[in-house]
Design a protein around this ligand. Structure first.
Ligand code: HPA
Length: 278
């Protein structure tokens, strides 16, 4: 018999939220490192700390707030997860993707997932943004492993995991926000160590343009739930071995660079949201 989940049902948590907030979001936004302040641009109708929400893992990474904000932005009803739990913190992928299932349970049809990433493609410079066109899952795990979810597909097609139309809107939004945006393939590692230069050389051969420690589990689950997905990276550093002979990769550098791009990131995401209303 299939192993049973030890987590509460995400549908139950979504129902609890829906009982306390009449807003019915159409877009979910997951904010990673450097994108946290984007939530402040959303006019709140209701907020929940993750610890108030059954099943929500409470992450511990600096710069991740741990709060769900429901509200309106440019007239669009949004649900924003401000901060995420990571696989490298020891959470299972079921826990990591719990919030994504709750967003789906709230009825969102679209999901924007954001992260900080190391740039592999030579044209991606720290401070640039990247719209995800595809991904490589090198986390060594898949969030759909385990018991089947009733009513959802067991085997999920990822041929067009990232919605081309939403990607087009991201590009328009970047132009309007004055942000440099390229399109590329995101490779997810489990972390928390950064990569070796040899790994980065191998990832480049595989077709990766940027590397990070998140996003892919949420995207896989979102696709299982039938959501249209957009992915956005802020390139915070050159990936290991690509930043010159004296390079080191540090969390401090990642956070500093992400922080420096907060205002632009907020404009970019805002312009994206505005275009959903048109
Ligand atoms: N590697 C992995 N994750 C990251 C990086 C990196 O270089 N930068 C930001 N997140």
């Amino acid at each position: 018999m299939a192993r049973k989940s030890s987590l509460p049902s995400p549908t139950g948590t979504a129902a609890l939220i829906a009982r306390r907030c009449p807003l019915r979001p159409v877009l979910g936004i997951i904010l990673g490192s450097g994108f946290g302040p984007v939530a402040e641009a959303v006019t709140p109708e209701q907020e929940f700390a993750y610890r108030e929400l059954p099943g929500f893992p409470v992450g511990s990474v600096a710069g991740h707030k741990g709060r769900l904000r429901l509200g309106r932005w440019h007239g669009v009803a949004v649900a924003v997860l401000q901060g995420r739990a990571h696989f490298y913190e020891g959470f299972s992928l079921e826990e990591v993707t719990f919030g994504t299932r709750v967003l789906a349970g709230l009825g969102v049809q679209m999901l924007l997932v954001t992260n900080a990433a190391g740039g592999i493609h030579p044209k991606l410079r720290p401070g640039d943004f990247m719209a995800l066109s595809d991904h490589l899952n090198f986390m060594g795990a898949n969030p759909l492993r385990g018991p089947e979810v009733a009513g959802l597909p067991r085997f999920v097609d990822l041929t067009r995991a990232y919605d081309p139309e939403l990607r087009r809107l991201l590009k328009q939004a970047a132009k309007a926000a004055g942000a440099k945006l390229r399109e590329g393939v995101y490779l997810a590692v489990s972390g928390p160590s950064y990569e070796t230069p040899a790994e980065i050389r191998a990832f480049a051969c595989w077709g990766a343009d940027a590397v990070g420690m998140s996003t892919v589990p949420e995207v896989i689950v979102a696709r299982q739930c039938g959501l249209r997905v957009a992915g956005l990276s802020c390139i915070t550093n050159a990936a290991a071995g690509l930043g010159g002979p004296k390079q080191t990769v540090t969390h401090h550098e990642v956070l500093e660079r992400a922080r420096a791009r907060e205002a632009v990131a907020t404009r970019l995401v805002g312009e994206f949201v505005r275009r959903l209303h048109a």
